[in-house]
Design a protein around this ligand. Structure first.
Ligand SMILES: [Zn+2]
Length: 314
């Protein structure tokens, strides 16, 4: 996925971001209100064919998906900078930072269609990053846990508000997750910084965690409970946490040690996962690109609980 996240590691970099924001503040921001949070949306100079309210509605839907998944919008007053891209179409270059109370930059092509907004994943992916701490480290070793989190949760969050079909969530996981499996020479998630292991290897960690939490709690708790607890404890992108704290706060909320155990298994060694067997157990079947579900599969109830509709959009 062409999304990346840059960590403001040095004060000088943080200062440069502030200067950038000031330069783009020529127009007063539009404001989106969700669950107590106020999101300032600033449009950089340039043209977008669609009316501004359509762009704001697109951001609002993404913010509602994140609010529903995490139990609240993670930051009180973040900012979003929309950059119109002349002559282009679609959504690209999403990046989310923890400085200045949290902000996301994203480009919207001048000729972007309503359908492209309706099917976009990137805005939700970026706002999901706000709901997870900046993990302490050298900036690379734990990047997978941040990108994997956003990659795994974004489609589920959209599904829970009715913005994405259940078949699409599981069909795309089955299609893309093999990219996260270890290849020859892999040294575990903390030491292997390829695109596949960062995004989809990370997503596989979170999927396995979700399933194992549900198995150990008779499907009474899931990853969503752990993520809500992390955000409730202040674990958002504006704060730096050691990875152990994230795992501990998450595990405490589910009464398990799943997050820590899985991390210890996967951090420094190439753990093999039989994905075909996993999809079979979850009851996910893909034939000629068509996804169907087997509700008699052993983990069917877990699959259903993960993507259950929480609150219809609109
Ligand atoms: Zn990302």
């Amino acid at each position: 996925m062409p999304c990346f996240r840059i960590l403001a590691l040095f004060l000088s970099v943080g200062w440069a971001f502030s200067a950038l924001l000031a330069a783009e503040d020529s127009l007063p921001p539009a404001q989106i209100k969700v669950d107590g949070a106020v999101i300032d949306v600033t449009f950089a100079p340039g043209k977008i064919d669609l009316p501004q309210e359509r762009i704001l509605a697109w951001i609002t839907t993404a913010a509602e998906a994140v609010t529903e998944y995490f139990g609240r919008f993670p930051l009180p007053h973040p900012r979003i900078l929309v950059h119109p891209a002349e002559g282009r179409s679609g959504i690209f270059h999403g990046t989310t930072y923890g400085s200045d109370g949290g902000f996301t930059r994203i480009s919207v092509g001048q000729h972007t269609s309503q359908k492209e907004l309706d099917t976009d994943w990137m805005m939700t992916h970026e706002l999901t990053h706000m709901a997870f701490p900046d993990i302490a480290g050298d900036g690379r070793e734990h990047h997978w846990i941040e990108e994997g989190m956003a990659t795994y949760i974004e489609p589920i969050a959209r599904c829970q508000i009715g913005n994405l079909k259940v078949e699409q969530v599981w069909g795309e996981m089955a299609k893309y997750m093999p990219q996260g499996l270890p290849e020859a020479g892999d040294q575990g998630l903390d030491n292997t910084h390829t695109w596949g292991r960062t995004y989809w290897g990370g997503a596989l960690y979170w999927l396995m965690a979700d399933i194992q939490i549900r198995q150990r709690t008779r499907n009474q708790k899931g990853l969503q409970d752990a993520m809500r607890a992390i955000v409730a404890a202040g674990g958002t992108i504006v704060h730096e946490w050691p990875i152990e704290k994230v795992l501990k706060v998450g595990d405490r909320s589910t009464g398990t040690t799943v997050l820590a155990d899985l991390y210890n298994r996967m951090k420094a060694s190439p753990v093999e996962t039989d994905l075909d067997d996993l999809w079979r157990k979850l009851g996910i079947q893909v034939k000629n690109g068509v996804v169907t579900f087997n509700d008699d599969a052993p983990l069917a109830e877990i699959r259903k609980a993960i993507t259950a509709l929480r609150k219809p959009a609109g």
